[in-house]
Design a protein around this ligand. Structure first.
Ligand code: MLT
Length: 302
């Protein structure tokens, strides 16, 4: 009997895929497999029987890959399984930046006791006027599972898209979208985009890649969306770029203490993958990876 421990809440729909021969355990010390979402595993002592870890999500920055590799423990993630959920929140972030939905709703809440709130709202609404995203240019940095869905959605909304991905060539980029302008240098993306969204993993090579030098090349008043990881952006340089008006809005899914008080920041509490559908998909893929590995030594996602 294989024992599976869940370090975070994992969707019961996914767990229901565990076949005969598997049982859930509350005791991590007897686990053959661990299912994890966002819990940080870096300081964790490795359980004696542990053979495999599967993250119900795409990023693996909460998992000490080298430590587990040295211990011979396989690690899986679930690329693509929550991509649609993240794409939808990126679109919501773009709309929130284009139209002052958040400011308007806060105004109505603050005036909810006014019996003439409707009339007052008609007067107040000027301050919440916005713009449209149709016809604007979106830069997509990283054309993996999420980035390429964002490209399609943005084009369907009438946006022009400029895409960048160091792992693709023009032919592969054209297969994502023939209308997208594919660039091989971010210096060609930054200056032409009204909105920029980043979808790359957190790694040593991407840490702080959105810095003063990058902001300096962007259009004045750019909207920057970060639903990937907060370490990609240099906090001090972001604060300075917002203060200077270079960045009109920074929409992010990460409640980083250095960012939450920046007036131009719209901060969401890491909800990108928090949909029932994404949680079910990720958990199902994670469970299937664990079983394929334990039974067949399969290191590919099924
Ligand atoms: C991801 O890496 O896919 C997300 O951050 C998952 C999550 O929200 O747990």
């Amino acid at each position: 009997m294989y024992k599976v421990h869940c370090l975070n809440n994992i969707s019961p729909v996914g767990l229901a895929n565990l076949k005969e021969g598997y049982e859930l355990t509350d005791d991590i010390n007897e686990a053959d497999a661990i299912l994890v979402r966002s819990a940080d595993m870096h300081e964790m002592e490795i359980p004696a029987n542990l053979k495999v870890v599967a993250r119900a999500g795409a990023g693996v920055n909460n998992i000490p890959l080298d430590k587990f590799a040295e211990a011979g423990i396989a690690v899986f993630n679930t690329p693509g399984a929550n991509a649609n959920a993240v794409k939808e929140l990126v679109l919501a972030g773009m709309f929130m930046a284009a139209r002052d939905i958040v400011g308007g709703i806060e105004w109505v809440k603050a005036n909810a006791d006014d019996p003439n709130v409707g009339k007052a709202a008609e007067k107040a609404k000027k301050q919440f006027a916005g713009g449209e995203i149709m016809g604007k240019t979106l830069g997509v940095i990283g054309l993996g599972a999420i980035g390429r869905l964002v490209v399609g959605a943005a084009e369907a909304l009438g946006m022009k898209v400029v895409g960048y991905d160091p792992f693709l060539d023009a032919e592969k980029a054209a297969a994502i979208s023939e209308n997208m302008t594919f660039v091989t240098d971010l210096a060609d993306l930054y200056p032409v985009c009204d909105y920029i969204t980043i979808h790359v993993p957190a790694m040593a090579t991407t840490k702080g890649m959105i810095n003063a030098e990058a902001f300096a090349q962007m259009k004045d008043g750019v909207v920057f969306l970060n639903f990937a990881r907060d370490t990609l952006v240099n906090d001090a340089d972001l604060a300075a770029a917002c203060e200077a008006g270079k960045v009109a809005r920074y929409v992010t899914d990460f409640a980083n203490p250095a960012v939450v008080k920046i007036p131009a920041a719209l901060v969401i509490p890491h909800l990108g993958a928090s949909t029932a559908e994404a949680e079910d998909n990720c958990a199902t893929m994670a469970v299937n990876s664990v079983m394929a590995y334990l039974e067949e030594g399969n290191t590919f996602h099924k």
